[in-house]
Design a protein around this ligand. Structure first.
Ligand code: NAD
Ligand code: IPM
Ligand code: MN
Length: 354
């Protein structure tokens, strides 16, 4: 099968991790007789430095014509004082909007060999398997007005959701739950926010269409607590953009490191795959970044965009085997095993694909 994959390394460790995912995909292609054509483009600060904007029209068009997109991470101190409309983060928000990537899937499932890598007790996290469905193109990230007033002394952000935006992500939440343990927790702040009250109303309406799913509402503050005191309580979580952002970083603690978490950002027609972590400027360029979140994102790409379930599972199994052998990067603060750099970690995974 011939497939065109656009690679957007972005900034900082983004360059290091995308290179590793490409190696893994090339190995899979060789093994299964597929042809993956990779085409690299800029996004974030790297794009700003070259073109004066964090995402060009041309890059958007190339992505629209591709079969799937792999993204590393964007941002970094070098660009933190740029005007807000050309910050690297705007490049990421712009591509999500331009491609209509409204559903951000963030699975949180620890690997057995790393159960002791979490600062949480093993008996608390054992068996946890969470699937966050985060709304990605609405809410606080995109609402207008967004501005400074009164000589810069007043700041305004707008949290706005339209019914149709909530409906489609809530449907995604129910559908995801149907494919899993049929338990959906809708997370909101309906005791305070009007947008959350509309969200709740819509979940209540939709649940009639999914009678096999047990659905409940949970306030975000309480959900944040429950996520680490009783993670096994959760199956699918559906939530708005900002809550999903924060809860997913919190949830990464279950897996031992933010560097472990993959994600898929999906429209009706295309998918963009990126790790949950950022550009990690504090360790960029040192060859020590954990590539697993990115490699697992590549597995999600195969499964969701190319329908290559077998190939995706092979990658996931290879990662697990490499971890079983003790290979891990430094961010997983565990005693023993073999602490290796980014490239060695990937090589350990690839050995299990042979
Ligand atoms: P971060 O996720 O980049 O880093 C947080 C901490 O985790 C750092 O100590 C970092 O070294 C560590 N870390 C992250 N990923 C790692 C990995 N794969 N292996 C080992 N250690 C890892 O978050 P931050 O420091 O708050 O943000 C840095 C920049 O990244 C900011 O500019 C932010 O806007 C951007 N960011 C981008 C994305 C994205 O591109 N999707 C996501 C989050 C943050
Ligand atoms: C993420 C990041 C982004 C977000 C930022 C960099 C815009 O934190 O992908 O989780 O908040 O969505
Ligand atoms: Mn985030």
């Amino acid at each position: 099968m011939v497939k065109k994959i656009v690679v957007l390394p972005g900034d900082g460790v983004g360059h290091e991790v995308t290179g590793e995912a490409v190696k893994v995909l090339e190995k899979i292609a060789e093994k299964h007789g597929h042809t993956f054509e990779f085409e690299q483009h800029d996004i974030g600060g790297t794009s700003y430095d070259k073109y004066g904007e964090p995402l060009t029209e041309e890059t958007v068009n190339v992505c629209l014509q591709s079969d799937a997109i792999l993204l590393g991470a964007i941002g970094g101190p070098k660009w933190d004082n740029l005007p807000s409309d050309v910050r690297p983060e705007q490049g990421l928000l712009k591509i999500r909007k331009a491609l209509n990537l409204f559903a951000n899937i963030r699975p949180i499932k620890g690997f057995d060999p790393l159960l002791h890598a979490s600062p949480l007790k093993e008996e608390i996290i054992n068996g946890s398997d969470i699937y966050i469905v985060r709304e990605l193109t609405g809410g606080l990230y995109f609402g207008t007005p967004r501005e400074r007033r009164e000589n810069g002394t007043v700041a305004v952000d707008t949290l706005l959701y339209r019914r149709d935006e909530i409906e489609r992500i809530v449907e995604k939440g129910f559908e995801s739950a149907q494919l899993r343990k049929k338990h959906l927790v809708s997370v909101d702040k309906a005791n305070v926010l009007e947008s959350s009250r509309l969200w709740r109303e819509i979940v209540e309406e939709k649940k009639k269409d999914y009678p096999d799913v047990h659905v409940e509402h949970m306030l975000v503050d309480s959900a944040a607590m429950r996520l680490i005191t009783e993670p096994t309580y959760f199956d699918v979580i559906v939530t708005e953009n900002m809550f999903g952002d924060i809860l997913s970083d919190e949830g990464s603690v279950l897996t031992g490191s933010i560097g472990m978490l993959p994600s898929a950002s999906l429209s009706e027609t295309i998918g963009l795959y990126e790790p949950v972590h950022g550009s990690a400027p504090d360790i960029a360029g040192q060859g020590i970044v954990n590539p697993i979140g990115m490699i697992m994102s590549a597995a999600m790409l195969l499964r969701y965009s190319f329908d290559m379930d077998k190939e995706a599972t092979e990658i996931e199994t290879a990662v697990e085997k490499a971890l079983e052998e003790g290979y891990h990067t430094k961010d997983l603060r565990i005693n023993g095993g073999k602490v290796v750099g980014t490239k060695e970690m990937t090589e350990a995974v690839i050995r299990h694909l042979s």
